[in-house]
Write a protein of this length. Structure first.
Length: 254
């Protein structure tokens, strides 16, 4: 396949990851935050919520989040069973080298009043769950919810074979207090420190890192900063362009 962008070991493909993955080389690590299957754009609201926002908001810039969804959002809501099957199939099909790791950033969701935790349904073939990491964002936003406001997301660490591990990172622990990204080019981008920690802990310089849901390229930026090679796949061309500009040596990162 022809890359959208390729330079200094960093490659971006514009397309559906299911079509691109058969053409990529085996990777040493996967670090990604896929669509969560929670957002559905409604024209009259111009946001990613299925009803107007109201209720408890503890995050700074809550209104800004909805504005970002209106201007840069995407439709992210489908049949839940189909979504779970889609996610498991994609990560089961990723070509991996020996000692590979998968870091899967997701969150608890509530469907028809029932909590749907990713550890209960995400189990791609060929991967073994090693650990669950709590990302403490320190802020949250719960709309019309009769429950404690959720401040956290999850990073599920899966391994394949005898995984690579750099012991100097053991002190990071399993609760990562990392502030949410502000003024981000993608409405739901995670902060650079998350992929940076994952990549540094489970790969060596020169290893190949994959993000099949690249978004604005945060995982690729972290990989480049750490001297790793990386492949990013993104179905939305506007985000391919943003990622390419972030990664180009001729310009400063956004």
């Amino acid at each position: 396949m022809t890359p959208y962008y390729e330079h200094a070991g960093i490659t971006i493909y514009h397309g559906d990851c299911r079509e691109v993955l058969p053409h990529v080389d085996p990777v040493n690590a996967v670090v990604t935050s896929p669509p969560y299957n929670v957002l559905h754009t409604i024209p009259e609201h111009g946001s990613g919520m299925r009803k107007p926002p109201e209720g408890k908001k503890t995050a700074r810039g809550g209104a800004g989040f909805h504005a970002a969804l209106a201007s840069r959002g995407y439709d992210d809501k489908t049949n839940e069973a189909a979504y779970q099957s889609w996610q498991n199939d994609i990560f089961s099909a990723i070509p991996c080298a020996d000692k590979a790791s998968l870091f899967y950033n997701h969150q608890e969701r509530w469907i028809d009043g029932e909590c749907v935790h990713p550890v209960r349904w995400f189990s791609p073939v060929g991967w073994s769950l090693r650990q669950e990491i709590i990302w403490d964002r320190s802020v949250g936003m719960m709309l019309n919810a009769r429950m404690f406001c959720r401040y956290d997301e999850r990073i599920l660490w899966f391994v394949r074979g005898r995984w690579k591990w750099n012991q100097s990172f053991v002190g990071l622990g399993t609760v990562w207090r990392i502030a949410c990204e502000q003024n981000k080019p993608h409405p739901v981008a995670y902060p650079l420190e998350i992929p940076r920690r994952c990549i540094a802990a489970a790969t060596d310089p020169g290893d190949l890192v994959l993000d099949p849901f690249m978004g604005s390229g945060t995982t690729l930026v972290a990989a480049k900063d750490l001297g790793r090679k990386a492949i990013g796949i993104e179905i939305e061309e506007k985000y391919c362009e943003i990622a390419a500009r972030r990664l180009a040596q001729e310009v400063l990162p956004l």
